[in-house]
Design a protein around this ligand. Structure first.
Ligand code: PEP
Ligand code: MG
Length: 316
C-alpha cells in the first residue's frame, strides 16, 4: 500500500479539490539536483548557498558561484528557483573571514543578512554572480535573504538586488519580529519563505543546537502556528506568496496544516516530497483549514498534532 501510494504521488502538488501547492526542494548545491528531480520537485524553494562557502580556506570566486547558480537554474526551466544568500555566522563559521570574536549566543549574533552589513562587498559579489547566472535563464530566479528582523533590512536587501539587476527579491520569515510585522514587510518584498527551524528556535527561546531543550524545538507549538498564520495573512494582504522552507513542511500532517494556515508553497528535503504530495492529495483545502484551526486551538504541541490528525482522515 505504501508503494502504491507513492507511485500515485506524482505531478504537481495539489489538494484533492485542486488547490495548487507547489512542492519544491531544499538543496545545498548542484549535487542535490538529481534527487530533487527524481522526487518530482517542481523547482527549488531553498538553495542554501552557504554550502558553497563552508569548509574551505578561500571564498568561492564569482565565476565558481555563477557556475553553481547556473547549474541549478538550468535544472528547472519554467520552475521557480529560490536562492538564499549566504547564511553564515558564528554558528556556521567561514574560514576566510577575520574572526569576529567569540559570540556568547551565536544564534543571536552576526549571522545571515547581518553579516553583509559588515561585509557589503560580499553581498555585492554574490548578487552579481547570481544576476549573471540568472540572465537568460529559463527558470524563474528568486533571491532571498536569511535572518531579516526589520523593514529597514528588507528594504536594504531589495534595493541591493535591484541594483544588481535581480527583479524578484524576498525574505525569510524566521525571526518573530518579522512574522509580527509581516503586513508591513510584505509591502516592500516580492515574497516570503518561512524558516520554521529558526522561527521555532526564536519563538520558544530554545537553541537548535542544545539537545536539552529539543522538546521546545517543535514547530507544532501553537505559538509557532500563530506566527506562521500572521506571516501568511500579511503576505496575502499584499498579494504576495508565502512558502515554508523549514523542516515543518516535510511532516505530511503539518504540511496540510501549513496549507490550511495560508502557506502557498512547501519546500523540503527531496525524499519527503512524495509523502507530502500524497497527504495533500487526500484532503481538501477546507479540511486543511479546519485542521489548522483545531491545531491553533490546542494547548500544547502534542495536542495540536492530535487535533490536526483528527481532521485529516486520509492520513490514517
Ligand atoms: C529555517 O530556519 O527553517 C531554515 C529553512 O533555514 P536553516 O535551517 O538553513 O537555518
Ligand atoms: Mg534559518
Amino acid at each position: 500500500a505504501r508503494e502504491a501510494a507513492l507511485s500515485a504521488s506524482t505531478g504537481p502538488g495539489t489538494t484533492s479539490d485542486g488547490h495548487a501547492v507547489p512542492l519544491l526542494a531544499n538543496i545545498g548545491g548542484p549535487k542535490d539536483l538529481e534527487s530533487a528531480l527524481a522526487h518530482g520537485a517542481e523547482g527549488v524553494g531553498l538553495f542554501r548557498t552557504e554550502f558553497l562557502f563552508l569548509d574551505r580556506a578561500d571564498a568561492p570566486s564569482e565565476e565558481e558561484q555563477e557556475a553553481a547558480y547556473r547549474a541549478v537554474f538550468d535544472a528547472f526551466p519554467g520552475g521557480r528557483v529560490v536562492v538564499r544568500t549566504l547564511d553564515a555566522g558564528a554558528d556556521k563559521p567561514l574560514a576566510f573571514l577575520p574572526p569576529s570574536g567569540e559570540e556568547p549566543n551565536p544564534a543571536l549574533g552576526e549571522r545571515g543578512l547581518r553579516m553583509f552589513r559588515k561585509y557589503p562587498e560580499m553581498m555585492e559579489s554574490q548578487l552579481g554572480a547570481l544576476a549573471r547566472a540568472a540572465a537568460g535563464t529559463a527558470a524563474l530566479p528568486y533571491v532571498m535573504a536569511p535572518m531579516v528582523a526589520t523593514v529597514e533590512e528588507a528594504s536594504w536587501f531589495v534595493s541591493a538586488c535591484h541594483d544588481a539587476g535581480l527583479d524578484t527579491a524576498g525574505i525569510m520569515i524566521e525571526i518573530p519580529s518579522a512574522a509580527l510585522r509581516a503586513h508591513q514587510l510584505a509591502t516592500v518584498v516580492d515574497f516570503f519563505s518561512i524558516g520554521t527551524n529558526d522561527l521555532t528556535q526564536y519563538a520558544l527561546a530554545a537553541d537548535r543546537q542544545v539537545s536539552g531543550v529539543a522538546d521546545l524545538q517543535d514547530p507544532w507549538h501553537p505559538a509557532v502556528l500563530d506566527l506562521i498564520a500572521l506571516a501568511a495573512d500579511g503576505a496575502a494582504g499584499a498579494g504576495k506568496s508565502c512558502g515554508v522552507c523549514g523542516e515543518a513542511g516535510a511532516d505530511p500532517v503539518l504540511a496540510c496544516v501549513l496549507v490550511g494556515l495560508g502557506v502557498t508553497s512547501l519546500s523540503m528535503g527531496s525524499p519527503a516530497l512524495p509523502w507530502v504530495r500524497a497527504a495533500l492529495g487526500r484532503h481538501t483545502l477546507e479540511q486543511c483549514r479546519t485542521a489548522a484551526v483545531a491545531a491553533r486551538g490546542a494547548l500544547s504541541a502534542s495536542t495540536a498534532k492530535d487535533a490536526a490528525r483528527a481532521e485529516l482522515p486520509g492520513l490514517a
